[in-house]
Design a protein around this ligand. Structure first.
Ligand SMILES: *[C@@H]1O[C@H](CO)[C@@H](O)[C@H](O)[C@H]1NC(C)=O
Length: 179
């Protein structure tokens, strides 16, 4: 019995370490892969409103309201080690109060086997584009499409698509209280 157990244990340990080593090698095979590709971004409507943010206080804050276009083919980003992509559209801008402001406007999960085409035309943002003050008027905003690669093994790298789009909010507030 004792020798059987020892033997089983040895086989198990060997299998486990082989699997670990193989997973590590597979991981290495994609660890330094640059998961990036070209992206076309654009904007349609671009307005800024002054709206009370009741969740924080009754002060009026700047709310950006935009429509945007995305055109990207992420098919080639998928390989054996990509389980899914968490794709998000980020807006980045600078205000008097903050060097860097980042707002996620839209996101989408693409699983392996699904279409890698990301195509949006004249789409409203999924999440509100709040500034934490009154910093949006006449402010240049850089849009970029980014993705987290959710792997089968290894790290969770974050990549940005090649191709950004910059727009500027107008100097005047748009009328109409709601977005
Ligand atoms: C997307 O890319 C894949 C792989 O390069 C290609 O086979 C496919 O035709 C592309 N689709 C479009 C709509 O460009």
């Amino acid at each position: 019995m004792y020798s059987l157990w020892t033997r089983l244990h040895a086989i198990f340990a060997f299998t486990l370490s082989s699997l670990t080593a193989m997973t590590f090698l597979f991981f290495l095979s994609t660890a330094f892969h640059q998961y990036t590709t070209d992206v076309k971004l654009g904007t349609g409507k671009v307005v800024v409103k002054s709206v009370p943010d009741y969740t924080v206080s009754r002060d009026e804050l700047d709310l950006g309201v935009i429509t945007f276009d995305i055109d990207a083919n992420l098919t080639d980003l998928f390989n054996w080690n990509v389980k899914e992509l968490f794709v998000y559209l980020a807006a980045e801008y600078q205000t008097k109060d903050n060097q860097i402001n980042q707002v996620v406007l839209w996101d989408k999960i693409i699983q392996r086997g699904q279409s890698g085409i990301v195509s949006a035309k004249n789409v409203h943002s999924k999440y509100y584009f709040w500034d934490d003050g009154r910093g949006l008027r006449q402010t240049p905003v850089k849009l970029s499409l980014n993705w987290n690669v959710i792997p089968n093994a290894g790290l969770l790298p974050n990549f940005a698509g090649q191709g950004e789009h910059t727009f500027i909010f107008p100097a005047e507030y748009a009328k109409g209280a709601r977005a």
